[in-house]
Ligand binder design. Structure first.
Ligand code: CAA
Length: 287
């Protein structure tokens, strides 16, 4: 398949990442089918897109007309057949659990056209393991966006063991057409490039506070004003979602070893559903 053949993109999962990816694709001119398992989830994702487009138009980063056209290109759906039946590319952004993703792929295979490329937005899971559930492992790759997708420039495009070069090339071109800068990741290892660096940093920040060496605010000051990240480690955790960081660490711990064991402080945040901005409370309060 060539980039020119791509008209319709299905985005599975309307959460933080899914709705952001759908918005980026719609702004680039693609017809987007945004799908989630419940009407309320998909409507909430759709409303987030409308909010974001209005905000961008208010700030004159896009015109009113561009915002309206992008909004019109997104169809929120619950039915899987309608979502993927005419899709040229399917981008999966469902929860970061191997079993959930694999269940979704089984359903997708019933309805997706043979030519469709399957791209997963997984933050860390093995592309090879995920692709083996699919009937098209050569047309399967990682397409990892960063939070918030509308603002973050980078997209990791990741090979699984079975991915063919043509799939990677088309997905890189698609990322560029979205206005992003793709980075090719040749080795399918947990966390890929960014999360292999960033997630242990966030975990280490938790250990510093857990062990009483510094407060959350003190750690954030150093990561912002000395290390030079745009946000403090804890602010970033709240932006990404503490559940996401936790799941990435759990997986890295399982595959790579104990040094990646999640800090108890992070585990507690997840147990208390203090997941960050999306729940109104994380390491900081947002209400
Ligand atoms: N759409 C439109 N506007 C939005 C928005 C959205 N989705 N989200 C926030 N905004 C608005 C806010 O409401 C705010 O508006 P007001 O100024 O009117 O209040 C404004 O954007 C904030 O934007 P600014 O440009 O003023 O903020 P900033 O310069 O601080 O940039 C940022 C914000 C881009 C998030 C920046 O802080 C940043 O780059 N942070 C790092 C994020 C990062 O590293 N993300 C990757 C995490 S790793 C990951 O995602 C991978 C994984 O798998 C775990």
């Amino acid at each position: 398949m060539q980039l020119e053949d791509i008209e319709t993109i299905a985005v599975l999962g309307a959460g933080n990442m899914g709705h952001g990816i759908a918005e980026v694709a719609a702004l680039a001119g693609y017809e987007v089918r945004l799908r989630d398992i419940k009407e309320e989830f998909v409507q909430s994702g759709y409303e987030d897109i409308v909010w974001s487009l209005e905000k961008l138009a208010e700030k004159e980063q896009i015109s009113e007309e561009e915002a309206q056209d992008a909004e019109d290109r997104v169809t929120p759906l619950v039915d899987m057949e309608e979502a993927v039946g005419s899709a040229d590319v399917i981008i999966e952004a469902v929860p970061e659990k191997m079993e959930i993703k694999q269940d979704v792929y089984g359903e997708v295979e019933e309805y997706a056209p043979d030519h469709a490329i399957f791209a997963t937005n997984t933050s860390s899971l093995s592309i090879t393991d995920l692709s083996e559930v699919s009937e098209r492992p050569e047309q399967f790759c990682g397409m990892h966006f960063f939070n918030p997708p509308i603002r973050m420039q980078l997209v990791e495009v990741i090979y699984g063991e079975h991915t063919d070069d043509e799939t990677i090339e088309v997905i890189e071109e698609l990322a560029e057409d979205f206005g992003k800068s793709p980075v090719r990741v040749r080795k399918d290892s947990p966390g890929f490039i960014v999360n292999r660096i960033l997630v242990p940093l966030m975990n280490e920040a938790c250990w510093i506070v857990e062990e009483g060496e510094a407060t959350i605010e003190e750690v954030d000051s150093t990561t912002k004003y000395d290390v030079g990240l745009p946000m403090g480690a804890f602010e970033l955790g709240d932006q990404v979602g503490n559940d996401i960081t936790y799941h990435v660490l759990e997986y890295m711990n399982e595959v790579e070893g104990e040094e990646y064991a999640p800090c108890p402080m992070l585990e507690e945040k997840v147990e208390n559903e203090e997941l960050g901005k999306k729940t109104g409370k994380g390491f900081y309060d947002y209400e």
